[in-house]
Design a protein around this ligand. Structure first.
Ligand code: SAH
Length: 227
């Protein structure tokens, strides 16, 4: 069965409604991004029909695209706003980067918000660039191939850092690259489970950690990743 654009849009609206009822989607700008970004353009062709189930889906090389509710929880916790500079570690399909771009740099925006997203596998970098180009986000998302566990100092400091792979502990360079008043969400391994943490840097440079929820992400690789 092949679904057309309209059918996907209906499913997308239904999923957004559900995430709002669950209290996961709250902010108008995040809700708007979820209504606009077509997840079906980012999942692999064989999983297209499942685009609007609230599940993670496999991509390539044993990696995944996160479940919509997890993307929502992370975007809400970051309190993204128009004009923000965002760093994402783990581009994968590019879907979450597109959501962030839709929030910090909507087409009509005069502010200079943008997203830098780092992916370690060149195959996935190529895949994400294709998806972001087809959907019209490549002008607002810079995709870089490399080890994001060290961050990306070139555009630092960032108002928000989004880590979409689980780290053994919070990498120090990422804390350094956070702007005063900035926020980071990151899954961190805790025994056999993982905790999604919110790291806040206050205007005076003080670091605060808050537990958000338990979660399941693929492992972060690279210098500050899992051995
Ligand atoms: N945000 C993605 C899902 C990411 S899954 C999306 O919206 O589709 C996690 C991704 O992190 C995987 O693609 C994996 O290859 C990548 N990754 C793991 N360790 C990394 C590292 N050290 N630097 C950059 N990317 C990494």
């Amino acid at each position: 069965m092949m679904l057309d654009k309209q059918a996907f849009l209906r499913q997308r609206k239904r999923l957004v409604q559900m995430l709002m009822e669950e209290g996961v989607l709250k902010s108008p700008n995040v809700i708007r991004a979820f209504l606009v970004v077509p997840r079906e353009e980012f999942v692999t062709y064989q999983h297209r029909l499942y685009s609007y189930l609230d599940n993670p889906l496999p991509t390539f090389l044993n990696q995944t695209i996160s479940a919509p509710h997890m993307c929502a929880i992370m975007c809400e916790a970051l309190q993204l706003k128009e004009g923000d500079k965002v760093l994402e570690i783990g581009t994968g399909t590019g879907y979450h980067a597109a959501l962030c771009a839709e929030i910090v740099a909507p087409k009509y925006s005069e502010k200079k918000g943008f997203v830098v997203s780092i992916e370690i596998f060149p195959e996935l970098v190529r895949y994400a660039i294709e998806n972001l180009t087809r959907t019209g986000y490549i002008d607002r998302v810079k995709v870089v191939c490399g080890d994001g566990s060290e961050g990306y100092p070139e555009y630092a400091p960032y108002n928000a850092i989004l880590v979409t792979a689980a780290a053994p502990r919070v990498p120090e360079p990422l804390i350094e690259q956070l702007a005063p008043g900035g926020r980071m969400v990151i899954p961190v391994e805790r025994g056999w489970t993982q905790e999604l943490l919110l790291i806040e840097k206050t205007e005076s440079g003080e670091i605060r950690r808050k537990f958000i929820t338990y979660c399941v992400f693929v492992k972060l690789r690279g210098k500050y990743g899992s051995p």
